[in-house]
Design a protein around this ligand. Structure first.
Ligand code: ADP
Length: 489
């Protein structure tokens, strides 16, 4: 079968049967993204306004602080992402700087619902999942309006009589109304920043720099209904997706505070699984600058089996490898600029083994890799389709800027000749997998435990938006799998 045929055959069955999935619980981080279109002219203006000289800026970039205490730190991160064409997210650690940025950055071109939980909840609502129980710590008016209008999206709460009720976010009253924007600055391939006679940078790739100040999400205060009635939610659901640990403020919570937040979440997972042993629990990673967070998450997670599934990109995989004491491998992957797929596969297998995962979805630019345990209940032919489905959803979002409306998948497939234009990453991965298959255990890969699947993805030229695509890809593939589980069992 050609890839075009698999793509054509990938979506109608899933879309038709998605209602068979009973429900999904999605936590924890929901927020508002302000997307700013940054061009070299505006960056230069900001550099002048902040008053930082180019040489200092360059040395700051080399140091790559990863946190924002002042406007200089912000411009450092922004210029670093511009120069290297890489994506990065830095937490803003001073309210004064956050206010300065709100007042001095160009106005946003778009305001949208963000955070892994917010993005996934809205996607599932639009796809028609029967019930989505979404978590948020704040709900200002602007956020209420950014939630999908579809009725299937609900926040579990208690009414005045203390009964558990499920309300559409737009109907919720008396909630924490505090409003914080996650500032997403987009930079563009080919744009040139001229800082001096001999100092200019050309942006090598469309990318973005995210600056976040969000105290409520940084404390990860879990909604009461998720704590007291997780069993009720689990019994109504087939899937639990969690994210948001990267937001935790270590400075404020202290190490012990972080431990407690993680332990509390893992206890919720145990209770949810006890109430519904078939619940699939997925961890969606996000870039996590503070090592301690992943370190602690791994330490407590490895005490039992909590996560069935994990979704990440190559950078997040490396951060996790550092946390699971695979520093050498992590450094080797970084040294090769994330293009040595043999090392990346080796790393993914290590993560699968250490976290006792049944499934790991690694989304790369041009190729999705899925690692599933040998006894995984879904046939490979269907798994390929779930990944193609995810690629189509991502393409739709990249083309339209939204994961809603009429999904014109057929048209998307017909505009490209996927078999004739296989992405570079897929070709390399595919050749490697063929090589691996010929050995029972190739070098350090223990392939007795896992099967590896790879699909070529659709790459959208000049995407309207790439923010949140990773979460969308992971969540789309998962819900497609859950749909097949309902059809098969
Ligand atoms: P986020 O953290 O915003 O969710 P990630 O960086 O984790 O995003 O993932 C973005 C993913 O989007 C990449 O792994 C790649 O698969 C996909 N992607 C990026 N650009 C494009 C594009 N132009 N067309 C299609 N897919 C894209």
């Amino acid at each position: 079968m050609s890839w075009a045929e698999i793509y054509h055959d990938s979506f109608s069955n899933i879309l038709k049967n998605i209602k068979k999935v009973r429900g999904a619980i999605v936590g924890f981080n929901t927020n508002i993204d302000a997307i700013i279109d940054f061009h070299s002219e505006q960056i230069l203006n900001l550099i002048k306004k902040i008053g930082v000289d180019p040489v200092r800026l360059y040395t700051n970039i080399l140091k790559w602080k990863g946190k924002i205490h002042s406007p200089v730190d912000f411009i450092t991160g922004l210029c670093g992402c511009f120069e290297k064409g890489k994506a990065s997210e830095w937490l803003i650690e001073s309210e004064e700087t956050y206010q300065y940025l709100l007042q001095n950055l160009p106005p946003p071109k778009k305001i949208q619902l963000g955070g892994q939980a917010g993005i996934i909840a809205n996607l599932y609502a639009e796809l028609g999942v029967r019930q989505i129980f979404v978590h948020t710590t704040t709900l200002p008016k602007l956020m209420r309006e950014l939630f999908s209008k579809k009725k299937n999206i609900q926040i579990p709460l208690y009414n005045k009589e203390g009964e558990l009720v499920f309300l559409h976010p737009r109907k919720v009253k008396d909630f924490d109304e505090s409003l914080y924007f996650h500032i997403i600055s987009e930079v563009h391939k080919g744009d040139t920043l001229k800082l001096g006679e001999k100092l200019y940078w050309k942006c090598p790739r469309d990318n973005r720099f995210i600056a976040t100040f969000d105290p409520p999400n940084a404390e990860l205060e879990i909604l009461e209904a998720f704590q007291r009635d997780i069993e009720v939610l689990a019994e109504k659901s087939d899937l639990l997706i969690l994210s948001g640990f990267h937001m935790l403020n270590v400075k404020k919570l202290g190490k012990e505070g972080v431990n407690q937040k993680i332990i509390k979440t893992l206890e919720l997972i145990t209770r949810a699984k006890k109430a519904n042993p078939n619940l699939l629990v997925h961890l969606e990673l996000a870039s996590t600058k503070n090592r301690l967070l992943l370190d602690r998450l791994y330490y407590y997670s490895s005490k039992d089996t909590y996560w069935n599934s994990l979704g990440c990109n190559e950078r997040e995989l490396v951060e996790l490898l550092e946390a699971i004491k695979q520093k050498r491998l992590a450094n080797e992957i970084k040294a090769d600029m994330f293009t040595n797929y043999e090392l990346i596969i080796k790393g993914a297998l290590k993560v699968c083994e250490k976290l006792k995962l049944e499934r790991l979805h690694l989304h790369l630019f041009g190729c999705y890799l899925l690692f599933v345990s040998k006894d995984y209940p879904i046939p490979e032919v269907l798994l390929f389709k779930t990944l193609c489905f995810a690629s189509l959803i991502a393409a739709h979002k990249a083309i339209t800027g939204k994961a809603k409306g009429v999904f014109k998948f057929k048209e998307i497939i017909d505009t490209i000749d996927i078999d004739a234009t296989l992405p570079k990453a897929f070709k390399k991965v595919n050749n490697l997998l063929k090589k691996i298959e010929t050995y029972v255990s190739y070098k350090d890969f223990d392939l007795n435990e896992y099967t590896i699947l790879a699909v070529p993805t659709i790459i959208v030229q000049d995407p309207i938006q790439t923010v949140g695509l990773g979460d969308t890809i992971s969540a789309a593939a998962l819900i497609a799998e859950l749909t097949y589980r309902q059809l098969l069992f």
